[in-house]
Design a binder for this molecule. Structure first.
Ligand code: NDP
Length: 386
């Protein structure tokens, strides 16, 4: 029987919800491109309920305990005396989320001698040291596509929020003001701007598709070029590097995984090549941007705005400079954890567990590391230090 250690974010400060804003979720037939939604044999939760926090338990307790497994759920993940560290020593399975990542460092891998699989209940497994997983034969799997569209919607919202200066306008209303000039002095139309994405995978392409009707000029860079029909239908300009794309864009959105190729990509040097007053939206991973270079660029006016929901570390400390830098539109890491997304990643986590316990193959598209190497989606989208 397995011990499953699940790290989730805390419940709301006013307690686990008893009621919800809406009664149901829209039905989806599948993901764009034809991938099917998660197909577990069953689920024990109500779609639309809060599953991603500690009391929601990803809806897994009944399923696991009925089969004799042990489920430990905690939000306490920092430091050697955390519940996560204490429980890790004999855990067979770790489930964690990018929103509240239980960082599986080489040191923690060394302690977790029984660990067989690390499941990301979401997308983005950079909180797991992939080199250690490869060395130790630990499988890493994530619920590919579960929240890609959720993030794409958030990116579009953040682009519009920054360009039109929505957040300061909203704040004036809350303060009782009617300060039109104060907000319109930084408010522009998106129409006609050049918008580029670093990576046109599931999220990046969905952002491009959603922005096309805004009559903007669309750009992208990616390691693999999109099919010609897609480039033509969206009127995309392809660039063979981020360095080539950066100087021509008014808005850049980052949609690549964090891995050795992308870490620290948006540093002082790259940002200095962008148009003065460009906007940068990063919902991918904080470390793709140099933290202090972003602050400097906002203070100098080189960037007109920065928004995103990814920080390092997470949760971000109270004195993280991105909380107080000018012209930002940051949120906590939430874009991929809407109630809609939670239903999909809870079901996908259950599907991965069912495959793991049955000894049947985990869907290739869910695999990041398997059999001692990058596998599935991991082989396509990630690189390692080795
Ligand atoms: P995909 O795997 O579908 O797409 C990632 C794309 O990044 C691939 O097309 C890949 O290229 C490309 N890529 C990798 N390295 C580079 C590089 N050096 N330069 C340019 N492109 C590169 O993933 P998703 O679109 O679903 O997700 C992307 C990332 O977004 C995740 O890894 C995660 O970090 C983040 N994310 C954030 C969430 C949030 O809540 N904020 C939720 C979900 C994801 P190719 O495949 O052609 O090699």
């Amino acid at each position: 029987m397995a011990k499953v250690l699940c790290v989730l974010y805390d419940d709301p400060v006013d307690g686990y919800p008893k009621t919800y804003a809406r009664d149901d979720l829209p039905h989806l037939d599948g993901y764009p491109g034809g991938q099917t939604l998660p197909t577990p044999a069953g689920t024990d939760f109500t779609p639309g309920h809060l599953l991603g926090s500690v009391s929601g338990e990803l809806g897994l307790r009944k399923y696991l305990e009925e089969r004799g497994h042990t489920l430990v759920v905690t939000s306490d993940k920092e430091g050697e005396n955390s519940e996560f560290d204490r429980e890790l020593v004999d855990a067979d399975i770790v489930i964690s989320q990018p929103f509240w990542p239980a960082y599986l460092t080489p040191e923690r891998f060394a302690k977790a001698e029984k660990l067989k699989i690390a499941i990301t209940a979401g997308i983005g497994s950079d909180h797991v040291d992939l080199d250690s997983a490869i060395e130790r034969g630990v499988t890493v799997a994530e619920v590919t596509y579960c929240n890609s569209i959720s993030v794409a919607e958030h990116v579009v919202m953040m682009i519009l929020g920054l360009v039109r200066d929505y957040i300061p306008a909203y704040e004036w209303v809350k303060k009782g003001g009617w300060n039109i000039a104060d907000v319109v002095k930084r408010s522009y139309d998106l129409e006609g701007m050049h918008v580029g994405t670093v990576a046109a995978g599931r999220i990046g392409l969905a952002v491009l598709r959603r922005l096309a009707p805004f009559d903007v000029h669309l750009h992208y860079t990616d390691r693999h070029r999109l099919p010609k029909e897609i480039e033509e239908s969206l009127n995309l300009t392809w660039h063979d590097s981020t360095a080539d794309m950066a100087p021509v864009c008014d808005v850049i959105t980052i949609n690549a995984p964090l891995h050795p190729e992308t870490e620290g990509m948006f540093d002082d040097k790259l940002i200095s090549t962008m148009k003065r007053g460009a906007y940068l939206i990063n919902t991918a991973r904080a470390k793709i941007a140099d933290r202090d270079a972003i602050v400097r660029a906002l203070e100098s006016g080189q960037l007109a705005g920065y928004a995103g929901d990814v920080w390092y570390p997470q949760p971000a400390p109270a004195d993280h400079p991105w909380r107080t830098m000018p012209h930002h539109g940051m949120t906590p890491h939430m874009s991929g954890s809407s109630l809609s997304a939670q239903a999909r990643y809870a079901a996908g986590t259950r599907e991965i567990l069912e495959s793991f316990f049955a000894g049947t193959p985990i869907r290739d598209e869910y695999l990041i590391v398997d059999g001692g190497g990058l596998a599935g989606t991991g082989a396509h989208s990630y690189s390692t230090n080795k």
